[in-house]
Design a protein around this ligand. Structure first.
Ligand code: HEC
Ligand code: HEC
Length: 170
């Protein structure tokens, strides 16, 4: 084989290998770094890492003039949060739901088609909210001699930054 051809072939292969390595790094970021960030899956949007902060900012701007209106007037598929101001719904999504489960919006949503119910965790979240209401409204009220005047659980009580609540302290 021609010597200079051989070298350009090798160089080509090295460039190809380096590109593939870089692409893999972008598509599958370091698992330990993700765990530290509290995310449980390399959530992406169209191949790009999902930027929750930027998306929330975009949504807040979009509803700025309607943020105090009831969520069901501003959004399209509100079954549970009827009457809640639209701006507050976004805070519940960020802190109550994403943060307490250690996920981002993409765990439950098709990004930019927020009204869709395609992803099972979205309906699970509705069912969990019903369960929380039952615990707070009925079960806890039946327990006598508790110290708090208004004993309450919420998503964070069980989830503590994980999709699957712990069953032991290990
Ligand atoms: C654990 C699941 C879960 C996560 C995580 C989550 N959401 Fe939601 N989201 C829901 C559920 C459930 C509803 C519908 C509530 C209802 O029926 O009233 C909803 C509704 C919405 C709506 C209203 C859509 C419409 O038009 O009806 C928007 C907008 C939204 N979420 C944005 C977000 C954003 C932004 C994030 C990330 C910061 C996020 N959500 C994270 C479960 C989730
Ligand atoms: C009393 C404890 C408890 C509370 C409170 C609670 N959850 Fe859960 N949640 C669980 C358990 C247990 C599971 C099932 C984990 C498994 O798969 O074994 C679960 C699972 C889930 C899942 C599915 C996770 C996945 O793998 O995608 C979602 C979504 C969820 N919960 C949302 C919520 C939301 C939102 C709230 C608050 C409104 C909430 N949960 C409150 C105990 C709780």
């Amino acid at each position: 084989m021609n010597k200079s051809f051989d070298w350009s072939l090798r160089l080509g292969l090295i460039i190809l290998w380096a590109t593939a390595l870089l692409a893999a790094k972008v598509a599958f970021p370091d698992a330990a770094a993700l765990a530290r960030a509290g995310a449980q899956a390399p959530a992406t949007e169209g191949g790009q890492p999902f930027n929750q902060e930027a998306k929330l900012e975009e949504l807040r701007k979009k509803i700025e003039d309607r943020k105090d209106k009831p969520a069901e007037e501003v959004f399209k598929n509100i079954q549970q949060f009827k009457g809640m101001p639209a701006g507050r719904l976004l805070r519940v999504m960020e802190l109550g739901y994403s943060k307490s489960l250690g996920v981002n919006c993409t765990h439950c949503h098709v990004v930019d088609e927020w009204e869709r119910d395609d992803k099972p965790p979205k309906q699970i979240a509705r069912d969990m909210a019903d369960m929380v209401r039952a615990i707070n409204g009925e079960q806890l009220k039946k327990i006598k001699n508790l110290k708090g005047p208004n004993p309450t659980v919420n998503c964070t009580t069980c989830h503590r930054g994980q999709t699957k609540p712990a069953l032991n302290l290990g």
